[in-house]
Design a protein around this ligand. Structure first.
Ligand code: NIG
Ligand code: FE
Length: 389
């Protein structure tokens, strides 16, 4: 069964050769054919082949589904009081994570699963067709493993984040906690995870601790990613690049050496503007990264503490206004950039052979995502060839 999507006013393929030669690979008056869960053909509408079914997009823009390479969806409770306190001047601190840890440990498996279902539904409606999600609110062997088991029901992009913070019961013996995270906890979690991550920051884990955890995960076959440069400069970014991490996320505070390391390595820098919005911290300088030749991704970091949004479009508008990205760069970062941050070549592009993950906008151009902030422009989502909305 194949479906011809035609009447596409503006198609973003993210393939320069298929489109106009720009990174977004734009095509106007375009069409594409979806066969089962894959893209089978892309080109000008007047050259489209016949198909079993036909969908007319009536001049709307179509973009690849968003690839959200950073989210923390397995948790219980919420922290709106903490958000409100920040709005009255209290600073963000990693310590708030422990509030969610307590609620998550007390929750049933069913409640945690229902929470992921709710957020995954929000994300799909917002145009996110691939998302990553992490453990990190359990911080015991059993709680971290169950978080990953639940995450794995929703996405193959599961990340072990036992090194999120040191839990209260280990406060006086943090070395023991690091040994647990890179030992028995890793043993229990590795079979359920694709990635290992660490929060390398003042108040969380220092560079030596982070290295120990990431190397142990890597030695177990997990891909490496890291949180670094959220609250201040440190060695986390260079550590991640040196370990060949797929991505280092936040990148709000970066030294010139950090930027140079990112530019010369294969690690994607992920910008998380929802965090800067919610925590009232300075905006990451996306322009500096792009001008240095760094590959950039844009993600929601959906979590109850620092960024409780499932809207890529909101993040994209913030990145355009506050991080120096053009609308084209922001969209590229939220699609192809996210795919690169997850080392995926089957998503983030609309080319033959890629997954049929696409979003029809209630707009003639992708530029409207930033031009009309806060307006729900996702008209229809196709994920793996299945239509929603
Ligand atoms: O990516 N930075 C660490 N982890 C999350 C925040 C988690 C929380 O505050 O609950 C983040 O921003
Ligand atoms: Fe995070």
């Amino acid at each position: 069964m194949n479906v011809l999507h035609t009447g596409i006013g503006e198609l973003v393929t993210n393939d320069p050769a298929t489109g106009d030669g720009s990174p977004l690979g734009l095509l106007h008056d375009a069409a594409l054919v979806v066969e089962d869960d894959r893209i089978a053909w892309v080109g000008p509408a007047h050259r489209a082949p016949a198909a079993d079914r036909r969908v007319d997009h009536e001049g709307d823009a179509v973009i690849p589904g968003f690839v959200d390479s950073h989210a923390h969806l397995v948790f219980a409770g919420e922290r709106s009081a903490e958000f409100a306190a920040r709005a009255s001047g209290r600073p963000y601190s990693a310590g708030g994570i422990r509030t969610t840890v307590a609620a998550t440990r007390a929750a049933s498996d069913e409640d945690l699963d229902a929470g992921v279902a709710r957020l995954a539904g929000e994300m799909l409606a917002a145009g996110i067709t691939t998302f990553e999600t992490k453990s990190g609110y359990g911080l015991t062997v059993a709680d971290e493993r169950r978080a990953l088991e639940i995450a794995g029901r929703w996405t193959p992009e599961t990340t072990y984040l036992g090194a999120h913070v040191v839990p209260a019961e280990y406060a006086a013996r943090r070395d023991d906690y690091v040994d647990l995270v890179r030992g028995p906890m890793l043993d229990a979690c590795a079979p359920h995870a694709r990635w290992v991550d660490v929060f390398c920051e003042t108040g969380a884990f220092d560079v030596d601790e982070a290295r120990a955890v990431l190397e142990a995960g890597r030695d177990r076959g997990l891909g490496v990613r890291a949180h670094a440069g959220q609250l201040g400069e440190g060695g986390g970014v260079r550590l991640a690049v040196g370990l060949g991490a797929a991505a280092v996320d936040h990148c709000t505070f970066l030294s010139d050496d950090d930027v140079e390391a990112l530019a010369s390595g294969a690690t994607v820098a992920t910008l998380l503007p929802g965090v800067e919005f919610s925590t009232r911290t300075p905006w990451a300088d996306g322009r500096r990264l792009l001008d240095a030749g760094v590959r950039v991704a844009l993600a929601t970091d959906c979590n109850p503490g620092s960024s409780y949004t499932s809207s890529t479009a909101f993040c994209l508008a913030l990145a355009v206004r506050h991080m120096g990205l053009s609308p084209a760069e922001a969209l590229h970062a939220a699609t192809a950039g996210g795919a690169a941050a997850l080392r995926r070549s089957d998503v983030g592009r609309l080319v033959p052979g890629a997954r049929a993950d696409l979003v029809r906008l209630a707009a003639p151009s992708y530029v409207h995502l930033a031009y009309r902030p806060g307006v729900p422009l996702v008209r229809e989502v196709v994920s793996g060839g299945v239509r929603y909305g």
